[in-house]
Structures are given as C-alpha cells and as structure tokens.
Design a protein around this ligand. Structure first.
Ligand code: IMP
Length: 422
C-alpha cells in the first residue's frame, strides 16, 4: 500500500482537519509529519467544534491509529491540554495514539526565544504563532535538540539542562525582553513526564510494516505550501517542509511509497501573519470575506488577511507537491457576489508570467484578474454535485483546466456533512 498525502496549497487554514476527518473512514492510520502546535485543525460534527493542534485529525473515528511522526515538534503542555479536552469531549485518544521517539520537544525556553526574536524584529517580524516552532527546528538542524526518545534514555535531565543553559545564554542578547521561566517550567516537566507514559515508538518501522501489511495510511499536512521553508515566501514561512516531500522526511517512508497527493485550497485566499500576498484585498470586500468566512486564526484568534484565488500561486503549489487531486473549500463564502475575480497571471519584470517568480512582493508582481460569474445561491445545504449552481460548476471546471488536475471534493460548509465527493 501507499501513503496518501493531504496538504494545504495556500498559506494554511485551508480546512485540512475537516477533510482528514471526512476521509478517515477510508484509512487505517492518520499520520502528522511536520509542524506542531502552530497548527489549528478545526473539525465540526454533531453540532460540536473541536480544534486539534498536534494530535492527528483521525482521532474522532474509533479504531483509527493516529501517528505523530518524527517531523513533528511537540509542546508537552499543549499536548496534554489537547488530550484533556478530548477526554472532556468523551474521546480517549491514548490507546490509538503513537508518538515517534524521534520527534523533537518544544521546551519553555524555545518559546521564550521565539517571543524574544519576534519582539526584536519589530516591523520585520514573521508574525509567528509564538509556539516555539522556529527555535525548536533550529536546535534540530543545529544538532542540539531534545527528542521524545530522550525521555527514556536516562539522560533526559542532563540534556534538558544543557539546552536550557544554552538558551538562557542566547536570551541575554535580548536585554529588553522580560520573562518568567520558573512559572511554566514545573508545568512543562509534569507534562513531559506524562507524555513519556504514552506509546512512544519507532514510527518509521511501524508505518512501513503497516504498509507492507496492506494498511491504508493518510499523511496529514499542517500549515500550507506557501509557508514551506524552501518553497514558501521566505523568510515569512514556518520552519518545516510543508510540501508532499515533507511526508517522506517526517514519517520515514520512501518517495516510491507516496500515492495520491490531495491538495486543499479555498475558493479564495487567506494568510495570517506577515509576508507577501499578491491578491490581498485591503478594502471593504476583504473585510466582508473575513466576516463571511469566519477568517480568524484557530490557534491565535488573529484576523486572517483575505484575497482572491490566485491561480499562479496555486499552479506553483500543484507543481512542487505533485498534486494528483484537489479539494476546494469554502465556495459557500463567496455566494452573493456578482463577479468573482481570479488572478490568472502576474505582470512581472516588464512581461507577464504564469510561473510564480522568486519574489512576489507588491513591487515585484501585479496580479492580472479574470472576472468569473458569481453564484447567488446558498450552497450550504447542497449535498450533490448535480445540485450545485451552473456558475460554480464552471468555476470548478475552470480551476481543473488551469491546474490540469481534478477536483474530487467540494466543501460547502464547516460540518462533516457539508461535503460533496465527486
Ligand atoms: P510559526 O510557524 O509559528 O513560527 O509561524 C510562521 C508563520 O507561519 C506565521 O506567519 C504564522 O502565522 C504562519 N503559520 C504557522 N502555522 C500556521 C497555520 O497552521 N496556519 C496558518 N498560518 C500558520
């Protein structure tokens, strides 16, 4: 069997959690491969809303195994809180939750370094979620990191103290940054030892053996392609590979084991945090989209920046991920518009391009729009493809043609039930 990968094609918040939840009955195992508690995956069913940060979105379907892969970074405090919230919602994730020993731990001082670094950047800040993601991946690649497997090595305290000392030294570079480490350290220590009591395994062996045994695996991406450390709008990106290749690194499966790559995009575009966003709407229409789409961060509550669908950006994302099928989200939010503008090319360097260039700051590219006929109907109650208005059918056909890729899922509302599988 192969690993199917599901990931975001824009700047995150495309609705990955919902689609993983919808697709989970087709899979035996859901595996997160990168990112950490910077993610906020929202799932709505039976009138209840659940937000997951580190735990895979398969957790609500009994019998599904949920793997936190080696590419993920874990904050034990947030992880514990997630488990507590699930228990309160009547779901005990622990029996089916498997955590890679190779996953790195976010320590309290990683979070402090994240905050200090952002504060020092001033106007140039990344707009990080301040969950300690950047400093933790820096320690991973710098070969100083603390891993889940260290918990059972007998050397955990020694390694933790060495990292803490290093970080306190680094924090001295930020004399204006005030912090209180002790208040969170006890909570963190208690939480990390609770994490140590969960099922810590070598997930690379588990997953490859499961595939050999015919199990179906879905890799659940976090953030989005334009936040990828290599292919995103650097430096305004996260610190991991969010693209499909990240599933190989982040789970320990070979490229030949990747099957379908399901790319998720919104029928418009959003971004949270700083960085270029060519089709951003800074006017009242942007605000209307934000309100209609409930575009506020699931992790930080920050208002998301909103804009039109950008086919140049989407084409690039399909290319670097090798997308084989698409899922279009939130077309219902655009209902009522006479026309829906879509960027089909950029004016760039004295010409026109459909290939995303190296730089996409406002002085480097200007989007060229085509106006698509809008749809007036409320889509949220439609359950079949045949029931969709003609204008949205032609919007779907236009994107499929431009991307040379089929749209296999159209989501028309946040609930599990509001999903049309084509
Ligand atoms: P960090 O990963 O928290 O350091 O944040 C880096 C950038 O990625 C910031 O612009 C964040 O707003 C953005 N970001 C991180 N995680 C997510 C996510 O799950 N959804 C959307 N944006 C994200």
């Amino acid at each position: 069997m192969k690993v199917d990968v599901l990931l975001g094609l824009q700047w995150g918040d495309e609705g990955k959690g919902k689609i993983v939840d919808v697709l989970t009955p087709k899979y035996d195992i859901i595996a997160r491969f990168q990112g950490g508690p910077n993610a906020g995956h929202t799932l709505i069913f039976d009138g209840k809303k659940h937000v997951l940060h580190t735990i895979p979105s398969g957790v609500f379907r009994p019998g599904t195994k949920n793997v936190v892969g080696n590419g993920v970074v874990i904050d034990p405090i947030i992880f514990k809180r997630e488990i507590t919230q699930l228990l309160e919602a009547g779901v005990d994730p622990r029996p089916d939750l498997l955590i890679s020993r190779r996953a790195h731990l976010i320590t309290p001082t990683h979070r402090l370094l994240d905050a200090a670094s952002e504060q020092a950047k001033g106007k140039a800040k990344i707009g990080s979620t301040l969950k300690g993601i950047g400093p933790t991946y820096m320690d991973k690649t710098g070969r100083n990191g603390l891993r889940v497997g260290d918990l059972t090595s007998g050397k955990f305290d020694e390694r933790y103290q060495a990292l803490r000392t290093k970080h306190l030294g680094l924090l001295q570079q930020y004399p204006n940054f005030e912090y209180d480490l002790e208040s969170v350290e006890d909570e963190w220590m208690a939480a990390v030892h609770e994490l140590g009591e969960l099922q810590l395994i070598d997930t690379e062996h588990y997953l490859n053996e499961a595939l050999d045994a015919g199990k179906r695996v879905l890799a659940e991406g976090a953030q989005g392609t334009m936040l990828d450390i290599d292919f995103g709008t650097y430096p305004f990106v996260t610190s991991s590979n969010t693209i499909a290749a990240g599933a190989c690194n982040g789970l320990g499966v070979g490229p030949g084991r990747i099957g379908e790559v399901i790319g998720i995009f919104k029928a418009y575009c959003t971004r949270v945090g700083s960085g270029p966003f060519p089709t951003e709407l800074l006017d009242a229409t942007g605000e209307e989209l934000r309100q209609a789409g409930g575009e506020f961060g699931a992790t930080t509550g920050r208002p998301r920046r909103c804009g039109w669908l950008d086919l140049v950006q989407l084409r690039y994302a399909c290319r670097v991920n090798g997308v084989t099928q698409l899922a279009m989200m939130k077309a219902d939010v655009l209902s009522g518009l006479e026309e829906v503008p879509v960027a089909h090319a950029y004016a760039h360097a004295g010409g026109t391009t459909q290939n995303l260039p190296y730089g996409i700051e406002p002085d480097e590219v200007t989007p060229a729009y085509t106006n698509h006929v809008g749809w007036q109907e409320d889509l949220t109650g439609i359950t079949t493809e045949a029931g969709l208005p003609d204008s949205i059918k032609s919007y779907i056909a236009m994107v499929e043609k431009e991307m040379a890729t089929p749209i296999s899922i159209v989501s028309v509302g946040p609930d599990r039930a509001q999903t049309i599988v084509r």
